[in-house]
Design a protein around this ligand. Structure first.
Ligand SMILES: Cc1cc2nc3c(=O)[nH]c(=O)nc-3n(C[C@H](O)[C@H](O)[C@H](O)COP(=O)(O)OP(=O)(O)OC[C@H]3O[C@@H](n4cnc5c(N)ncnc54)[C@H](O)[C@@H]3O)c2cc1C
Length: 363
């Protein structure tokens, strides 16, 4: 065996898992097709660390992430700022984290939820910091290593990279972000998880005369009803999104030339008063991945034992990944983890009804 665990994907999920495994003395080798970590969603997202989710397990993971990040890293990459989510009521779970109220304007009053311990993250710095803190005796990283083929023997997994190198491990973890299904080809082509990718644009902007008024200080403000959000980015600059959700194949997607204009028009329409002096500057996009039920895919594959999925973390992967991968590492270590039944891969499979034996002999 080259490693106990082979991890495909050097985003926040793959890297964080490698960190947690190393703390348990379990060896892992991570493969990233790009030249560095966090090249895609994990380095290009909005970095808003949020704990308000409908599913209590997501809130639990997010809460645990904030409270158990290594302090040396947390102090460098995270700032507790508080957050306001407009258009939401107090959740039925984790009430200790939140307070709620209503914001009144001339025409209407809108409910909001405030979370004091939410904050802002330097996403790329965080992922790199996790790699630096992983025990290098156990965590190995290969960059420019595109995994091209995977196969299963009786009790181990084999993987081949584009340049022909092969590796063997007891476990295989698919943390390939928007590419999770590409890897399953060709060897396991009938075995796919229904995870779809959606592009979303973010813009930097100067020109806020004042931030939207709210009863508490905040670092990000999310208006779920009118579908836009903003976060503090630098002293004189905000990051802003119109919450666009554009179905996109990450391999082939190129934005049409008018897209930035149409998205900025939507922002101006959603918040005409606040945005009248706003100029949208540099913009970029990256891919969020979702299942039909908007919940992540976390767990061991029932048809292919030893294959662990970390996929479909949508717009909440930065917030929840530390807790989610801590539990994944415990599971792989053979410890009892009882948290995540709703996220089981079997619920989102779209495969032809073939027997497990046929599938295994097929790979
Ligand atoms: C616009 C936007 C804003 C967001 N804002 C927030 C936010 O404010 N807060 C929050 O909590 N979350 C946010 N998210 C969500 C968060 O960014 C994602 O959930 C998270 O980054 C997903 O991490 P990942 O490791 O699954 O994927 P990725 O970061 O995409 O990592 C997967 C990696 O796998 C690699 N890979 C793929 N195929 C192969 C292969 N065959 N061989 C080798 N390597 C391969 C890719 O190159 C990639 O680096 C946002 C997402 C987007 C798009």
């Amino acid at each position: 065996m080259d490693s106990d665990v082979l991890i495909i994907g050097g985003g926040v999920l793959g890297t964080s898992l490698s960190y947690h495994l190393s703390k348990k003395g379990i060896s892992s080798t991570l493969f990233e097709k790009e030249g560095s970590l966090a090249h895609h969603a994990s380095g290009k997202n909005a970095g808003m660390i949020r704990q308000l989710y409908r599913h209590p397990q997501l809130t639990e993971w997010a809460k645990r992430s904030i409270t158990s990040w290594p302090l040396s890293l947390k102090s460098l990459v995270f700032k507790e700022t508080g957050s306001i989510v407009l258009g939401r009521n107090m959740p039925a779970h984790h009430k200790e984290l939140f307070s709620s109220g209503e914001i009144h304007t001339q025409e209407k009053c809108t409910p909001y939820v405030y979370c004091k311990t939410d904050g802002l993250l330097d996403s790329s710095g965080y992922v790199q910091g996790l790699k630096d803190l992983a025990n290098s005796n156990y965590s190995h990283f290969h960059f420019g290593a595109m995994v091209q083929e995977i196969s299963k023997n009786s009790d181990s997994w084999k993987l081949r990279t584009e340049n022909g190198a092969t590796f063997e491990g007891k476990w295989l973890v698919n943390a390939a972000g928007a590419w999770v299904n590409q890897i399953m080809n060709p060897a396991l082509s009938r075995h796919r998880i229904s995870v779809e990718a959606f592009a979303r644009f973010l813009f930097l902007s100067k020109g806020w005369q004042e931030k939207p008024p709210a009863p508490h200080a905040y670092g990000f403000y999310w208006d779920e009803k009118n579908e836009w959000y903003m976060r503090d980015w630098s002293e004189d600059c905000s990051l802003i999104s119109a919450c666009d959700t554009i179905p996109a194949d990450p391999e082939t997607y190129t934005p049409d030339s008018n897209i930035e204009h149409s998205i900025s028009s939507r922002i101006l329409k959603a918040i005409p008063d606040l945005a009248s002096n706003l100029t949208l500057g540099r913009g970029w996009h990256c891919f969020r991945t979702y299942t039909d039920d908007m919940l992540p895919v976390w767990g061991e594959d029932e048809l292919l034992p030893g294959l662990f999925w970390l996929a479909g973390f949508g717009g909440f992967g930065m917030s929840t990944s530390f807790g989610a991968t801590e539990d994944a590492a415990s599971y792989i270590a053979g410890e009892k983890v009882s948290c995540c039944h709703d996220f089981n891969p079997s619920r989102v499979k779209k495969y032809e009804p073939i027997t497990r034996d046929a599938l295994i002999s097929n790979v």
